[in-house]
Design a protein around this ligand. Structure first.
Ligand SMILES: C[S@@+](CC[C@H](N)C(=O)[O-])C[C@H]1O[C@@H](n2cnc3c(N)ncnc32)[C@H](O)[C@@H]1O
Length: 304
């Protein structure tokens, strides 16, 4: 297996998304028609845009600076939901009490990579590739995969998140796309798939640091990731299948997840690449944008 460590996968945004500025412990971003301010412990430098630009944001999150902590939005906008689009797919945004708005923009690099591989499989002929999206949240990766030609199984513990994902499916006009929406604990679901002898051509997992299954099952990334990855290894099809793991809000180097993944897929022919997902600031056109690391990733692609 080839190993590539230390890759920075950068996103400079797209029509509907921009990281405009960061500094003094906060970041200023544009999500479609709404500009928002959120806490960002890594924004240690000075702000580049004016105080007026920051003050004109439609919503600002105040509260716990920990990624998973609760908090509130202070708003000057009347928007409670609005639309934006990614890779040609429209979706719904909302201000949630967990500071998120329904999309993690840095994930676009993984979604494009995944969609390229699905399209290549589809154009090579044969059955639709099977894609498993664990901790799938508002379903954007599931919709990107389905529109590229995959048959998708989407798993999330939250009924509310799955409903949001279904609403996104309807908005994108993908009602007829082959997507199974499953409200379940990701670990329990994978244990069942191992017992059933199921196999997937692609598996995405973007687990939170802490979470709960629908029946109160506790998910703790540090404790449960090794078992989860072992299950993933067992349901990942042989040959040119792929796995994309992202982890955020944990105090660790990407090497920790790289080595874990290497132990699990090291016996296979293929390529394992690890590093960080990075947003690049674009608000000041007169200067090169600063980079902001949002999360760490490891992705594996089996050789054909
Ligand atoms: C931050 S989101 C993942 C983001 C998503 N991959 C994306 O980019 O759109 C984490 C998700 O994990 C779900 N979750 C938390 N604990 C879970 C568990 N034990 N089993 C399944 N899903 C869980 C939450 O409901 C939430 O939707």
């Amino acid at each position: 297996m080839t190993e590539v460590v230390g890759t920075l996968l950068e996103t400079t945004g797209w029509t509907d998304y921009a990281l405009l500025d960061m500094g003094a412990g906060e970041k200023l971003e544009r999500y479609g028609e709404l500009t928002v301010v959120r806490p960002e412990p890594q924004a240690m430098g000075p702000r580049r845009l004016s105080a007026e630009t920051w003050a004109a944001a439609g919503a600002a999150f105040t509260g716990d600076t920990e990624e998973e902590g609760p908090g509130r939005w202070r708003t000057t906008t009347r928007l409670s939901t609005w639309e934006m689009s990614v890779l040609g797919l429209p979706f719904i945004c909302q201000l949630t009490s967990f500071r998120h708005v329904g999309v993690f923009p840095e994930q676009i690099v993984h979604w494009s990579w995944m969609a390229d591989r699905i399209r290549a499989r589809v154009s090579a002929g044969g059955d639709r590739p099977r894609l498993l999206n664990l901790f799938g949240y508002t379903g954007l990766a599931s919709l990107v995969a389905a529109s590229a030609g995959a048959e998708v199984t989407h798993v999330d513990a939250s009924k509310k998140a799955v409903q949001w994902a279904r609403d996104n499916q309807a908005l994108a006009g993908l009602d007829a796309a082959p997507i199974r929406w499953i409200v379940d604990d990701a670990v329990k679901f994978c244990e069942r798939e191992v017992r059933r002898g199921k196999a997937y051509d692609g598996i995405l997992l973007d687990p939170p640091r802490f979470g709960r299954g629908p029946e109160g099952e506790v998910w703790s990334l540090n404790e449960d990731l090794p078992h989860m990855l072992d299950l993933v290894r067992r349901i990942l099809a042989p040959g040119p299948s792929f796995m994309i793991l992202t982890a955020y809000a944990i105090r660790a180097s990407f090497l920790s997840i790289h080595e874990l993944a290497a132990d699990l897929v090291g016996h296979r022919q293929g390529r394992l690449e690890s590093g960080e997902l990075v947003l690049v600031e674009t608000g000041d056109p007169t200067r090169p944008g600063r980079r902001l690391s949002t999360s760490m990733f490891s992705r594996f692609e089996g050789a054909s």
